[in-house]
Ligand binder design. Structure first.
Ligand code: FES
Length: 116
């Protein structure tokens, strides 16, 4: 299972983060990978991952309320699509990082760019 991002497998390294059974619908999980915090969501039975950072003022984003596939920054109300990272509402105008997610043998795996 992949989210909507196009992925070049040669440039993506998948990191297992949790059992899929441990992240029920409507829940989120914060994980640290390479000193970055990534938030993994289970929405309508699918998994999505974004960086825990708002591009408006670098504030933490992951605790924001969700409306469908939109997360609302708790600081000033910017909105982002968790499927793509696209900025949808001011004051943010720059997209946030979003990452491909797959499930292999019951494990959620987040795809990160391979470091060169
Ligand atoms: S830090 Fe997110 S909207 Fe300002």
């Amino acid at each position: 299972m992949y989210n909507f991002l196009p992925v070049d497998p040669d440039k993506t390294e998948y990191i297992p983060v949790a059992k899929a059974s441990e992240l029920p619908k409507g829940e989120r999980l914060f994980v640290e990978i390479d000193e970055e915090t990534i938030v993994v969501f289970c929405i309508a039975g699918k998994f999505f991952a974004i960086a825990d950072v708002c591009t408006h003022d670098d504030g933490p984003l992951g605790d924001g309320d969700l409306e469908d596939f939109e997360i609302i920054c708790p600081r000033h109300g910017a909105r982002f699509d968790v499927r793509t990272g696209k900025a949808l509402a001011l004051p943010a105008v720059i997209d946030i990082p979003s990452y491909p997610v797959r499930v292999v043998d019951g494990m959620i795996e987040v795809g990160l760019p391979v470091k060169q």
